[in-house]
Design a binder for this molecule. Structure first.
Ligand code: CUA
Length: 176
């Protein structure tokens, strides 16, 4: 089969570009902790308010008995609840997301947080915030007419400052 030399050259360039993209994806996945949310944990979305874990008083930031920082969040048209939470920087955080109604997504720029929140399932993601500041929490799955306005905020503070806040507040939860 005859292949024109110029065509051959372009085919090689395309293959090199494809290989480069796969390489970039792999490096990104390895060093930024990008992975599929693989825990298949089910929950009844219709009775979240009656569940132990996602009852209103339990939402937000808590420290479990092992000292891990757990953040429980509920997505519902059209916001994430609690609307604003305070977490420590440079700390491993376990986020547990559930939806109260339809399919939502969650994206926090500058972190590895980007996942779907499927009704009936708990999306568990581990992340950490590199530095203090205000981080927006955005919905990235079309969920209705108010989708564009579905966002909330995470207030990231220095670890020492956050620990001081925990000892002065009751129960360690930061509910507003
Ligand atoms: Cu929730 Cu879009």
């Amino acid at each position: 089969m005859h292949i024109d030399p110029l065509e051959k050259k372009w085919a090689q360039i395309v293959l090199i570009i494809c290989a480069l993209f796969v390489f970039i994806l792999m490096i990104d996945a390895l060093f930024h902790g990008v992975n599929a949310p693989s825990n298949v944990e089910t929950i009844n979305s219709a009775t979240l308010h009656l569940s132990k874990e996602f009852a209103e008083d339990n939402l937000g930031v808590q420290i479990d008995e092992k000292g891990n920082v757990i953040v429980r969040m509920v997505a519902g048209r059209y916001s994430f609840f609690p609307k604003k939470i305070t977490v420590p920087a440079e700390t491993r955080l376990t986020f547990r997301w559930v939806s109260i109604d339809v399919l939502h997504g969650v994206h926090i720029p500058m972190t590895n947080m980007s996942t779907m929140i499927v009704p009936g399932f708990v999306a568990e993601i581990e992340t950490s915030f590199p530095k203090p500041g205000d981080y927006p929490v955005l919905c990235n799955e079309y969920c209705g007419l108010g989708h564009d306005h579905m966002w909330s905020k995470i207030d990231v503070v220095e670890k020492d400052q956050w620990l001081a806040l925990q000892t002065t507040s009751t129960g360690g939860a930061d509910n507003e």
